[in-house]
Design a protein around this ligand. Structure first.
Ligand code: ADP
Length: 452
């Protein structure tokens, strides 16, 4: 930098910016004359004949462009370098700068390096009217842009690295959670199997002594001496009847628990055979003949347009029907009516309708009664025998019936106006069975739905 002071008129209305740039340029060895308006700036330039004019384009009285145009009309100042400072950089501004013969311009915030370099470049130059898009500018801007881009890329790389680290952490967390969920699932499946094994073992353990007790009880009950005693003594007869009822209930309970557990684990063997539909129905109502007679419930049977056979597992279908017919009897008061009809409704569909004149079922219970252990009735109402009015039950009968019907690709549902112990609106259960089902696929579905 040369020793002698080089004069610059600096026109800037903003005192802080003016003071700052003045200080910087003074430090760089320039002699700075500051003017705060356009008019003062023109006056100062004429008076002090500087080597360069630095002008802010946005002045309060006249714009920096006008200042430049005035200066170009003053003889001595026609070729003076004028550098404009502006907060706006647009094609329009650049065009106006060219028209006003402004040598170059700098955008705010002003870079000290760029400002001093530009001033150095213009001071002492013969050809003072240098185009504002000089290569040096471009190079400088290009360098700044490249540096800026490099910084940006570095920033991006570091935030990418951060993101990758976060992602890694997230993936690790997910994998850990998945592992935990898998372990919990395995544990639940294990417990489920333990539960099924337990139920089956308990049922087996109870069934064995129960069979022995029932066997001896039947021997005793059928013994002529005991029968004579029962006939003569009403009390003994009643005790024996109670014992028989109790044993029968225990037997049914054990069978239901075993069945529900086996249906749930898909362990039920299905033996499909052709069955005459009337045989199926007769086998299902046979166990109830005594109860029907005793409670004076009228049983009406209707057959219409029947196929010769339906294909299914006779034992399982009989079990399903026993549960639904048993309920119709159980929830119908003495002297009521149960009607059963068998009809072939379509090519491959048999519909069994079981209608009673009992207490009925509330609409919002009609889906849930098919769930395991669901009992819409207050359990305390259940009396001893399954065939008594509102007699005993664990809430398994309809679950078993539904599982068996679905095992045969069939469908079971109920219609009832609602439950009313006074009015006895009754219920109608519909069982629809394909005459020839494809059971294999449905056993799979059933197993899945039980284990969800
Ligand atoms: P439960 O052994 O309790 O009878 P089910 O699974 O056979 O169990 O039936 C579930 C519930 O559905 C019963 O507790 C009863 O409230 C209701 N229900 C079933 N069938 C009838 C019916 N024909 N009339 C009225 N309610 C019935």
């Amino acid at each position: 930098m040369s020793d002698h002071k080089r004069r610059i008129v600096y026109i800037e209305d903003e005192p802080d910016s003016a003071a700052l740039i003045e200080r910087i340029l003074t430090a760089f060895g320039y002699d700075i004359i500051v003017a705060y308006t356009g008019h003062d700036g023109i006056k100062a330039a004429i008076e002090y004949q500087p080597e360069l004019v630095l002008v802010d384009l946005d002045l309060p009285d006249i714009s920096g462009f006008e200042v430049a145009m005035h200066l170009r009309e003053v003889g001595d100042l026609q070729r003076i370098p004028i550098i404009a400072i502006t907060s706006q950089d647009s094609d329009e501004y650049r065009g106006m700068a060219r028209v006003a013969e402004i040598s170059s311009y700098i955008t705010k915030p002003v870079s000290v390096e760029l400002l001093t370099r530009k001033i150095e470049q213009y001071i002492g130059t013969e050809d003072l009217l240098v185009d504002i898009n000089v290569d040096a500018d471009k190079e400088f801007y290009a360098r700044e842009t490249v540096q800026h881009l490099i910084n940006k890329i570095r920033d991006l790389e570091s935030s990418n690295e951060q993101l990758r680290a976060n992602n890694r952490e997230l993936v690790e967390q997910l994998v850990n959670n998945l592992r935990k969920a898998e372990a919990t699932n395995r544990e639940l499946l294990r417990l489920d199997h333990v539960k099924d094994d337990f139920i089956q073992r308990i049922a087996h353990e109870v069934r064995t002594p129960l069979t022995v007790v029932m066997g001896y009880f039947n021997l005793l009950f059928n013994d002529p001496d005991i029968q004579a005693l029962c006939q003569n003594q009403r009390e003994i007869n009643n005790y024996m009847q109670f014992m028989q009822d109790g044993l029968e209930r225990m037997r049914i309970l054990v069978e239901e628990i075993v069945m529900i557990s086996r249906l749930g684990t898909g362990k039920v063997e299905v033996a499909i055979t052709p069955i005459p539909p009337t045989d199926l129905l007769e086998a299902a109502i046979r166990p109830f003949s005594a109860a029907l007679e005793q409670r004076q419930i009228e049983l009406n049977l209707y057959y219409d347009n029947l196929p010769t056979y339906i294909h299914g597992d006779a034992d399982l279908l009989r079990l399903a029907l026993i549960n639904v017919i048993g309920n119709a009897i159980k929830y119908t008061p003495d002297e009521g009516e149960v009607s059963i009809s068998l009809t072939q409704v379509r090519d491959n569909l048999l519909r069994i309708m079981i209608k009673d004149t009992g207490i009925g079922i509330d609409p919002d219970e009609q889906q849930r009664i098919f769930e395991t252990f669901y009992s819409a009735e207050n359990i305390s109402l259940h009396s001893t025998s399954k065939t008594n009015f509102q007699g005993g039950g664990l809430g398994l009968g309809l679950t078993i019936a539904k599982a068996v019907i679905e095992l045969h690709s069939g469908h079971i549902y109920v219609e009832s106006e609602g439950c009313d112990n006074e009015r006895m609106p009754g219920s109608t259960f519909y069982i629809e069975l394909p005459i020839d089902p494809q059971t294999q696929a449905n056993r799979q579905n059933l197993y899945q739905s039980f284990n969800q």
